[in-house]
Design a protein around this ligand. Structure first.
Ligand SMILES: O=C(O)CCC(=O)C(=O)O
Ligand SMILES: [Fe+2]
Length: 213
């Protein structure tokens, strides 16, 4: 016998993340295997609360201008960023919830949680990030996962094999989740290319394990 459960309780929590009004749907990404033991997962439109999160982060995050020291060189980074570590207060209540949902999904593969949130703001089509792998830390020699949530204007996320080869172009739009896994950070590079299209601002949130950047 079930005691003390109201209809409202069932409506609010009965279907978990699949419930109408939940900030995100069930996570069922589609995987594309890439060469050299890399893969990429895509879950278009996964985040339902994308409008709310975009507006709140744009207004509330103390965005900083950046020049980024990559593993072996300094990359020109025309965009604004802010990094939130494990022990910091994240700038929106939904971010830890989103991180946990993605983290739980990948825990069996990854064996550790995603614990940091890197935020980027591309103000217009002239903002970009050059070809790179996220190779600061363990990702230089270990398989890992980097999950990227996109908000705002649609941009291209391009991937190419590190040693040369054909690049692939993924569409990263409002509420889309793209996850790079396996050897992707070591054997492939990714970039957000500049565009001459008249695009508005786009934001990304990257969730990573400890010691990976
Ligand atoms: O904005 C994106 O989607 C990619 C960001 C990125 O690659 C990075 O910050 O390392
Ligand atoms: Fe990256």
């Amino acid at each position: 016998m079930v005691v003390g459960v109201t209809l409202q309780d069932v409506l609010d929590f009965g279907d978990g993340p699949a419930a109408a009004g939940a900030p995100f749907g069930p996570l069922a990404p589609v995987r594309t295997p890439l060469a050299y033991g890399a893969w990429v997962d895509v879950a278009p439109g996964w985040l339902r609360a994308a409008d709310e999160l975009f507006e709140a982060l744009r207004a509330d995050v103390p965005w900083q201008a950046e020049r980024r020291q990559m593993y072996d060189n300094v990359v020109d980074v025309p965009r604004l960023t802010r990094f939130y570590g494990e022990s910091e207060v994240w700038p929106h209540v939904l971010l830890p919830e989103i991180c946990r949902a993605i983290s739980d999904h990948y825990l069996p593969t990854l064996g550790e949680p995603l614990v940091t949130a890197g935020l980027c703001l591309y103000r217009d089509g002239a903002d970009s990030v050059a070809w790179h792998g996220d190779r600061i830390g363990r990702s230089r020699f270990q398989d890992t996962i980097v999950a990227i949530l996109s908000l705002g204007s649609t941009r291209t996320l391009a991937l190419r094999p590190r040693g040369g080869g054909t690049s692939i172009r993924l569409t990263s739009g409002h509420g889309d989740l793209i996850v790079m896994g396996g050897s992707c950070q070591r054997t492939w590079e990714h970039a957000i290319p500049k565009t001459r299209e008249p695009v508005g601002p786009r934001m990304s949130v990257q969730f990573r394990p400890a010691g990976v950047r």
